[in-house]
Design a protein around this ligand. Structure first.
Ligand code: ZN
Length: 486
């Protein structure tokens, strides 16, 4: 087509069609906040996280509502969370598709040496935008594209990020019941057409809290897990009552798993290094250590071979596959306990019976993942995925162009109903690098359109009446601006 145009062999009308076609087919949401009517009627998406819901809890007690989701939709048996397997980093990975080193929420407790500020779940520091703005969560991206979103207590969703809150959100309050959170979500989805939301995130604190307190092996966890199934059933019923069950794509997952601890497996740092040599930033089982000025070598040498049940990394030696190195908020020394071990300064600290945060390749650290809805295949079992793959999958379902991310739609597109049934069960190779496809595609699109435009103006200039010269400039300029904003 370009060669044809360059040779002057096409009619101006055909040239104009070639110019306009890529523009009308690129974006479901236009650049002025108005939504394409076709996309407006697309299915909606609800992402639910039951904190600390380990993958195998669904096999532990009868879970009829989870079973229904699996029968009507998909299940992924092995989901690798992002390292470190803690709550804040992983909830942000789920909605950005980024590893913690890239999105900047590298732990539940952080210190930023450039800002000279600390982030802690125990303080209002979590509401400071600056901690969150190394990435853009999906609710912001959707809203910038003209869509609408809602959030019920999801970590970070009640923080102003890049100038935005979700259109509808609940400020975090652990005393708000699951049922109330669901009722609000149903209202948001059911609002009049121009006010209803496209994408909602819902967070619930269990079974994480009980998992920490009781330990996952405690038989009392059975009823905690059964209660989660009842809560899922409540959500499904409310969706049905509102006529949303067949319209909303429902994804139920978690941020990490949980493993059993023991008072026989405690590492006491005070035995190896005195407290005045370092600041203890993030807590067990992956501990961020900030040595006092000039004390790095001393602290490292005292810790590195101190205990066989922990591994001590210099920041630059943290294994590449963790994707946990390139951020100033990751401390100069990282201590990782072996599974089941607890790192404390001494035994006077509070002890938990269960914990997470360990190596993300451990099976015990893996979360549940099930989904159903019009976008998903039915009764389909997938072997494995990475939790960062969820972001490009959600963008695809919502017809949103993903921002650069660490996930891969290719790795998970077999979950989609629109895809042909996979011929083998082999898992495609992981794609860990950033996806530059959208950037390259947009760049090529701009180059092509500019090429068409130049040739078209040249044709009109050469072949048409002189009065058309001015009109062609008027006609082409808005199209060019539209494209440059892609
Ligand atoms: Zn958690």
């Amino acid at each position: 087509m370009l060669g044809c145009l360059l040779r002057g062999g096409c009619s101006p009308l055909l040239c104009l069609w070639a110019l306009v076609l890529p523009l009308v087919s690129l974006h479901p949401f236009n650049q002025h906040g108005r939504r394409d009517p076709i996309v407006r009627d697309r299915p909606k998406l609800l992402l639910v996280s039951f904190d600390g819901f380990r993958w195998d809890y669904i096999h532990r007690v009868p879970m009829p509502n989870f079973k229904t989701i699996i029968d009507e939709g998909v299940i992924v048996k092995e989901v690798e969370s992002a390292y470190i397997t803690k709550t804040f980093p992983n909830h942000y990975s789920l909605v950005t598709g980024l590893y913690a080193e890239t999105h900047g929420i590298v732990a539940n407790e952080m210190y930023d040496p450039v800002l000279n500020r600390s982030f802690s779940m125990e303080t209002d520091s979590i509401y400071e935008s600056l901690w969150w703005e190394e990435a853009v969560p999906l609710w912001v991206t959707i809203q910038k594209a003209g869509g609408r979103s809602g959030a019920a207590m999801w970590p970070g969703s009640d923080v102003k990020i890049h100038g935005m809150y979700p259109n509808q959100y609940l400020r975090y309050n652990a005393s708000v019941s699951f049922e109330t959170r669901v009722e609000r979500i149903i209202e948001w989805f059911s609002a009049p057409k121009d006010e209803s939301v496209d994408f909602v995130v819902l967070y619930w604190e269990e079974p994480d809290e009980s998992g920490h307190r009781l330990g996952p092996q405690n038989p009392e966890m059975d009823k905690v897990i059964a209660d989660i199934d009842e809560k899922l059933g409540f959500l499904m019923n409310e969706l049905k009552k509102a006529g949303l069950y067949e319209k909303v794509n429902l994804i139920v997952t978690s941020d990490h798993g949980m493993t059993q601890l023991s008072t026989d497996k405690i590492i006491e740092l005070d035995e190896y290094v005195t407290r005045d040599l370092y600041t203890w930033v993030d807590k067990s089982p992956v501990v961020g250590i900030l040595p006092k000025e000039g004390k790095f070598d001393e602290v490292y040498s005292k810790l590195v071979d101190a205990n066989p049940n922990m591994v001590v990394f210099k920041k630059e030696d943290i294994p590449k596959h963790f994707h946990y190195q390139h951020n100033i908020r990751i401390m100069p020394i990282l201590i990782e306990a072996k599974e089941g071990w607890t790192i404390m300064q001494n035994r006077t600290g509070a002890f938990m019976s269960g914990n997470h945060g360990y190596d993300n390749t451990l099976r015990s650290m893996q979360p549940v993942f099930v989904a159903r809805g019009p976008a998903f295949r039915q009764n389909y079992v997938k072997t494995s995925m990475s939790s960062v793959d969820l972001y490009p999958l959600m963008c695809h379902i919502l017809s949103i162009h993903p921002l650069p991310n660490n996930g891969s739609l290719f790795n998970v597109r077999d979950l989609l109903a629109e895809e042909p049934v996979p011929s083998t069960s082999s898992v495609p190779p992981r794609v860990n690098e950033y996806s530059y496809a959208p950037i390259v595609g947009s760049f090529l699109g701009v180059v092509m359109v500019l090429g068409f435009l130049v040739v078209y103006i040249r044709q009109v200039t050469l072949k048409q009446l002189p009065s058309l010269k001015h009109r062609s400039r008027e006609m082409s300029q808005p199209l060019l601006q539209e494209d440059l904003h892609l």
